[in-house]
Design a protein around this ligand. Structure first.
Ligand code: GLU
Length: 444
């Protein structure tokens, strides 16, 4: 079985040259699957793994738009419709200069397992563009979104493919995308996008959901060791949507959150991060975290990673491969108890190994950050029934889903003789549900 897995992996690497992040994501899942394939030869016979490594559809398109100086700009748009065995393709759009097919495929691959873990009827997909929203005016962002949707709309639909946000795509961008979809199709089709504004079909808690979910997962994980967030020193990376609401929930649970970051460096604020000020700087004014440090009288450390300040709980909420072996070693030296991934694949494989060997509780993103997409599915439910739930009820649903994912990961790890291994638990539990559906649906 090991050899067979190695052969399939080899084939995936050869068929997708240069897609480093995609290779990493696939390898990481494969490392967990040997026992499940040995137990279930039907998956091997039906080539489920080979099929899972080949997206159902990959769309790449030109996005032309005109900037404020009247110059024509060209970006590249992507949508990888990865797997629809469990439901319509579901997953965010990322606008960032680093976006290329390998990033979109890694994110789509992760999304398939993540969405399966939520227990909701959603398949997996991901998309985006190499468009850099930084320094762009609102008018430029709007024209870009309109051009992006002018091509993408033909592939979307509430029963087909339902995008949402990711890095660089928040409420503002979802609004422009929805407006253009509505104009082109002449349909007020709420369920075609999630992360919508509250007055036009959005769900309460969707904004908070990814960050909240990451902390709720970590809370449940800490409880397995009789620990909690109360009074703990917490460090968060990032300062965007996921980071902000991870900070908020950790603070609600009594944690002392002392640091956050962005691509320019990190802020160390020993008095505890002032979230309203951070949101004013980042959301309202769209400025870097150094401005927060200045106004707050906190320390700003340029060009370095936040992990060096040490923490009892670390929440990587920025981007892929932002926590490496050296960072993990620094965290272990500072006595870290738990790491819960709010971002997608932020911890490198070597860092995960180091943390696990040191006995640190480690929650992989496909489990710990699933609260965002799960609440997107709750938004779809509300749209389908033309209903709007209260904040309390929606948050209760989110908490139930996160606890369910946690317990399923733990039970699966136990079943496969690896107690406490959330990586293995998440990969196997996520895989099994999709694989069973793919078997039932035949070779399609
Ligand atoms: N981009 C988020 C993720 O990585 C959310 C996707 C969604 O809500 O569809 O899961």
């Amino acid at each position: 079985m090991k050899e067979q897995l190695a052969d399939i992996l080899d084939q995936v690497l050869r068929r997708n040259p240069g897609e480093r992040e995609f290779h990493q994501a696939v390898r990481e899942v494969f490392e967990s699957l040997e026992p499940v394939l040995r137990k279930n030869p039907q998956y091997v016979d039906a080539a489920v793994l080979e099929r899972l490594c080949e997206p159902e559809r990959q769309i790449i398109f030109r996005v032309p738009w005109v900037d404020d100086e009247g110059r024509v700009q060209i970006n590249r748009g992507f949508r990888v419709e990865y797997n629809s065995a469990l439901g319509p393709y579901k997953g965010g759009l990322r606008f960032h200069p680093s976006v290329y097919l390998g990033i979109v495929k890694f994110l789509g691959f992760e999304q398939v397992f993540k969405n399966s873990l939520t227990g909701m009827p959603i398949g997996g997909g991901k998309g985006g563009s190499d468009f850099d929203p930084r320094g762009r005016s609102t008018g430029e962002v709007m024209r870009f979104c309109q051009s992006f949707m002018t091509e993408l709309y033909r592939h979307l639909g509430e029963h087909t493919d339902v995008p949402a946000g990711d890095i660089g795509v928040g409420g503002r961008e979802i609004g422009y995308l929805f407006g253009q979809y509505k104009r082109i199709t002449n349909r007020w089709e709420a369920g075609v996008l999630t992360g919508k504004g509250l007055s036009w079909g959005g769900s309460l808690v969707r904004t908070e959901a990814t960050g909240y979910g990451t902390v709720l997962f970590a809370e449940r994980m800490l409880a397995t060791r009789g620990a909690s967030f109360d009074g703990r020193r917490v460090v968060v990376s990032g300062a965007g949507n996921v980071a902000q609401y991870a900070i908020q929930k950790a603070q609600q649970l009594g944690a002392h959150v002392v640091a956050c970051s962005d691509s320019t460096g990190y802020v160390l604020d020993e008095r505890g991060i002032d979230l309203p000020l951070l949101q004013q700087v980042r959301e309202a004014e769209r400025l870097p975290v150094s401005v927060y440090a200045e106004r707050r009288g906190a320390t700003f450390v340029p060009g370095r990673r936040v992990w060096e300040v040490g923490a009892e709980v670390a929440l990587p909420c920025a981007t892929q491969n932002e926590l490496d072996e050296d960072d993990a070693a620094a965290l272990v030296r500072s006595g870290v108890l738990a790491v819960s991934e709010g971002a997608n694949m932020p911890t490198t494989p070597a860092a995960v190994a180091l943390l696990t060997e040191a006995g640190v509780l480690f929650a992989p993103g496909k489990a710990a950050n699933a609260g965002g997409v799960a609440t997107s599915a709750l938004e779809m439910q509300q749209n389908a029934s033309r209903d709007a739930w209260t904040f309390e009820y929606t948050e209760q649903r989110l908490a139930g889903i996160m606890h369910g994912i946690h317990d399923r990961c733990l039970a699966t790890a136990d079943e496969y003789g690896a107690p406490g291994n959330y990586v293995l638990g998440a990969n196997i539990a996520g895989f099994t549900k999709v694989a069973d559906a793919m078997l039932a649906l035949g070779v399609v």
